[in-house]
Write a protein that binds this ligand. Structure first.
Ligand SMILES: NC(=O)c1ccc[n+]([C@@H]2O[C@H](COP(=O)([O-])OP(=O)(O)OC[C@H]3O[C@@H](n4cnc5c(N)ncnc54)[C@H](OP(=O)(O)O)[C@@H]3O)[C@@H](O)[C@H]2O)c1
Length: 228
């Protein structure tokens, strides 16, 4: 099996790469070709035993790479934030352009190459009819994955917390308050609610992504307790 990780430099993607390496795999970590930290990532991923790939975000180029590397599992762990979009000089509907736009490139490349299993990191609440631009783009991206015609699994975690490179105070505070309320709900009998919405960490989530990538079952959405 050859795993190719899009978004390998992200909080979750890098953990997927690390865990695949620890298990003796030889994953390919995709880094955007214009990354200002490309040299650092080559060193970090090289030390782990992963191969770095810098194919541009283009369907034809990405399909050729998936074919050349005989990719069987394509992890899609990409997405932007307001601050990242600002530094990337992306404006307008940033989630439509990045979260949805890059997923479309990945899905189209998969369809026209080795037809790898898609492992799509989405979000709880993803819904193509949502009012929130973020959840709407996530829902539309899920629709593309589901309609791809290749095997797929979609993970819908709640907030992902831990020591990030950047300070995401809002997420940390939100997760703290949310988890406290959910703990109370759990005691009062809302165990399913708690399992579905409580925050998770990158290592727990990465391990679950690898598990669902390798499980015989596919074409399914996984959330809550099944992502732990
Ligand atoms: N954070 C949460 O609590 C949470 C909860 C549920 C779901 N999710 C979803 O899970 C996804 C991954 O989470 P994460 O915490 O690992 O995100 P992250 O650390 O922000 O990583 C995002 C990845 O996307 C890449 N990326 C962003 N903008 C790009 C662009 N314009 N061109 C190419 N690559 C780009 C980044 O590459 P660079 O490093 O090169 O910028 C990075 O590899 C998120 O996008 C989010 O939608 C997150």
């Amino acid at each position: 099996m050859t795993a190719f990780v899009l978004g390998a430099t992200g909080f979750v993607g890098r953990e997927v790469v690390r865990q695949l390496c620890v298990r003796g795999g030889k994953p390919v970590a995709h880094v955007r070709p214009d990354s200002s930290k490309l040299g650092d990532w080559r060193t970090k991923f090289g030390e782990l035993g992963a191969t770095v790939d810098v194919t541009p975000w283009d369907v034809t180029a990405m399909a050729a790479t998936l074919r050349d590397r005989a990719v069987t599992q394509l992890y899609i762990c990409i997405g932007t934030t307001r601050s990242k979009a600002k530094s990337d000089q992306v404006s307008g509907n940033i989630y439509e352009q990045i979260d949805l736009g890059l997923t479309k490139i990945a899905v189209d490349a998969a369809k026209t190459s080795t037809k790898p299993r898609l492992v799509y990191l989405s979000s709880i609440g993803a819904d193509s009819t949502a009012r929130s631009a973020y959840l709407k783009a996530r829902g539309q991206a899920e629709d593309l994955v589901r309609a791809s015609g290749v095997p797929w699994v979609i993970a819908r975690p709640s907030l992902i917390v831990g020591d990030r490179d950047e300070n995401r105070m809002g997420e940390r505070v939100g997760a703290g308050i949310g988890d406290s309320l959910l703990a109370v709900a759990g005691v009062l009998g809302g165990k399913n609610l708690r399992a579905r919405y409580r925050s998770t960490s990158a290592d727990v989530l990465a391990s679950a992504l690898i598990r669902i990538a390798e499980a015989p079952e596919h074409d399914c959405i996984v959330d809550g307790a099944n992502l732990r």
